[in-house]
Design a protein around this ligand. Structure first.
Ligand SMILES: NC(=O)c1ccc[n+]([C@@H]2O[C@H](COP(=O)([O-])OP(=O)(O)OC[C@H]3O[C@@H](n4cnc5c(N)ncnc54)[C@H](O)[C@@H]3O)[C@@H](O)[C@H]2O)c1
Length: 321
């Protein structure tokens, strides 16, 4: 039997750090190679192998895959929604070519499994706002959303045509305390905790009533591992699965934080990200993921808020020492 050897591309990012650490727990530290264009994240240091890698350099990527005997690839390198609107060409190039490079190499080297995340950003203003279904009208208005939707169909194509076992989730906004978010429209839901603890005030770049689908990072990691470990025959969606955990507005998360920090205040100053947020659904129907591979989240708004505050207090307390 071939031993699993995993390459994580974009391992120093918000999801990459936690996913790499989780994969190392399951597969063993030396069997998960972390890679990124930027330097190794502090939290990864000393926990396993790291290589500097540009996913746009297909030759170098190919060499690493062969040299390290890679059997699975997790591709997380991307430009996210808000940053993408500032540089649409860069976002399109990285998000598309990075994926095509990985899919091609997966086909040529018969990589066992590939993971590539999509996003709720595939949905646009014409998609249903509430409980947005797996299959529906999909007309994204951001370059990020366009790249994710095109990417979903490339994944499906490589699966249908070449048998590449590529799996995908449409993540909602992800909230984490370990690593910082990387330029998305839902970043406010992470920033708010830091400012609540440090300043007791947060200036929010979205309107108070902007409901968006969100998920706590431990649930996102759980979903990713669960999807990747499910037997092939259970994976019925080969574009990308809707997954959901909670949906809230800035006003509601502020109220949840005030239960722990009563003098916390929030002010609203919507910017260009409001238009992006307004184009997305407020909540997501994840029935297919629940039925096909038993997806179920653990965290709601209150549980997530309590856990975030506790962990950030601890981390900030430690930093002050
Ligand atoms: N964080 C979220 O809320 C969220 C929501 C939906 C989908 N996603 C998707 O999940 C994936 C990971 O997102 P994230 O939040 O961790 O992003 P991030 O920006 O925090 O991390 C991406 C990492 O990729 C690296 N990278 C960029 N260009 C690279 C290149 N050419 N070669 C190698 N590495 C490169 C960056 O240095 C960064 O460390 C992305 O595909 C993103 O679209 C994230």
């Amino acid at each position: 039997m071939v031993k699993d050897k995993i390459l994580v591309i974009g391992a120093s990012g918000q999801i990459g750090v936690e996913l790499t650490l989780a994969l190392r727990k399951v597969y063993g530290n030396n069997n998960v190679v972390a890679s990124d264009l930027r330097e190794e994240n502090e939290l990864l240091k000393g926990t396993g192998p790291y290589v500097s890698l540009d996913v746009m350099n297909k030759e170098m990527l190919h060499v690493q895959v062969i040299r390290q005997n890679i059997t699975q690839i997790y591709l997380l390198a991307a430009i996210l929604s808000a940053t993408g609107e500032k540089n649409p060409n860069l976002a399109w190039n990285l998000n598309m070519q990075g994926l095509l490079n990985v899919l091609d190499i997966a086909r040529e080297e018969q990589i066992q499994k590939v993971y590539w995340p999509s996003s709720i950003a595939v949905f646009g203003p014409t998609s249903p706002k509430i409980n947005c279904p797996q299959q529906t009208i999909i007309e994204p208005i951001t370059v990020y959303g366009i790249s994710k939707y095109a990417g979903e169909f490339w994944c499906n194509y490589y699966h249908q045509r070449y048998g590449v076992d590529v799996r995908s989730l449409r993540y909602p906004g992800l909230i984490s305390y370990k690593s910082a978010p990387g330029g998305g429209t839902t970043d406010y839901a992470v920033e708010i905790f830091h400012d609540a603890l440090e300043e007791k005030n947060y200036n929010c770049f979205l309107r108070e009533d902007t409901y968006l689908p969100m998920m706590y990072m431990p649930d996102a990691i759980k979903a990713t591992l669960q999807l990747m470990e499910a037997p092939q025959e259970q994976i019925k969606v080969r574009t990308s699965y809707n997954i959901a955990a909670m949906s809230f507005s800035p006003k509601e998360i502020a109220a949840a934080i005030q239960k722990h920090i009563p003098d916390f205040t929030i002010h609203y100053k919507p910017d260009y990200r409001q238009t992006i947020a307004d184009s997305w659904p407020q909540s997501i129907d994840d029935t297919s993921a629940r039925n096909d591979w038993n997806w179920k989240p653990d965290f709601d708004l209150d549980l997530m808020t309590a856990d975030m505050i506790q962990n950030l207090q601890q981390a900030k307390g430690l930093l002050k020492k």
